[in-house]
Design a protein around this ligand. Structure first.
Ligand code: HEM
Length: 202
């Protein structure tokens, strides 16, 4: 198989892997397998998959460097866009099935429940990244400004973890584990940045 064909196969597999949780959730929904409170379960599952994909997106650059596989970087945008799609569905589910389009109640929720405020802030910051994910936007902004804007993920992903941590009532272990992974991924970036600065100064 030549390189182009292999690239297409890998790309297809990445798409399939990103879509699989959604298809699995849809299947479980249709077969009444989402427990006693399916709406709540669906919101939670979409949220957790949104967060997982955001973290995977954050892990691609360190993985590409450490494994010496720069071609991995090409999948960052696809994974990021899928993360956005899951979070958008998470939010849509909340608006439609949890709040029944009651915008006053949603507004009150954003102001009164801090975990909703934090989730909404993370979503609001995600929107410009999703909108500028086209090749056209990349050309318009130029690579330097585009990269700077997309550094917002360093804020968005921790906000996603904080949102998760704030809403759990009993078992704080899962959000803490996600938090530790995010801290390690951001820590690696700080270390890389310091290493490059030292090398430039030497
Ligand atoms: C980047 C943005 C966001 C991420 C990564 C995210 C992630 C999550 C995660 C991981 C959970 C918990 C899942 C679990 O318990 O297994 C969750 C729950 C939830 N999120 Fe989000 N979320 C985001 C934005 C939002 C927004 C914008 C809203 C609504 C305005 C929202 C509303 C909720 C609600 C209502 C729950 C369920 C709370 C409960 O069942 O008590 N989230 N989210």
């Amino acid at each position: 198989m030549d390189r182009k064909a292999l690239d297409r196969v890998v790309y297809g597999l990445v798409w399939l892997a990103c879509l699989a949780p959604l298809l699995w959730l849809a299947w479980r929904g249709f077969s009444n397998d989402l427990g006693a409170n399916p709406i709540d379960r669906l919101i939670r599952e979409l949220g957790v998959w949104g967060l997982r994909l955001l973290i995977i997106g954050l892990a691609i650059t360190p993985a590409a460097r450490l494994l010496r596989q720069p071609r991995l970087i090409r999948f960052r945008r696809t994974v990021g866009l899928f993360a956005f799609a899951y979070v958008l569905l998470h939010l849509t589910n909340y608006v439609v099935t949890d709040q029944w389009f009651d915008w006053t109640a949603i507004g009150k929720d954003i102001l009164k429940r801090p975990f909703i405020t934090v989730g909404m802030a993370a979503f609001a910051l995600l929107v410009p990244l999703a909108v500028t994910s086209t090749n056209w936007a990349l050309r318009k902004l130029g690579p330097v400004r585009w990269r700077k804007l997309h550094r917002l993920t360093y804020l968005i992903v921790p906000l996603g973890v904080v949102h998760y941590y704030m809403l759990v009532k009993a078992d704080h272990q899962p959000p803490l584990i996600y938090g530790a992974i995010v801290a390690a991924l951001l820590g690696w970036r700080v270390w890389e940045w310091a290493r490059k600065r030292r090398a430039a100064g030497a």
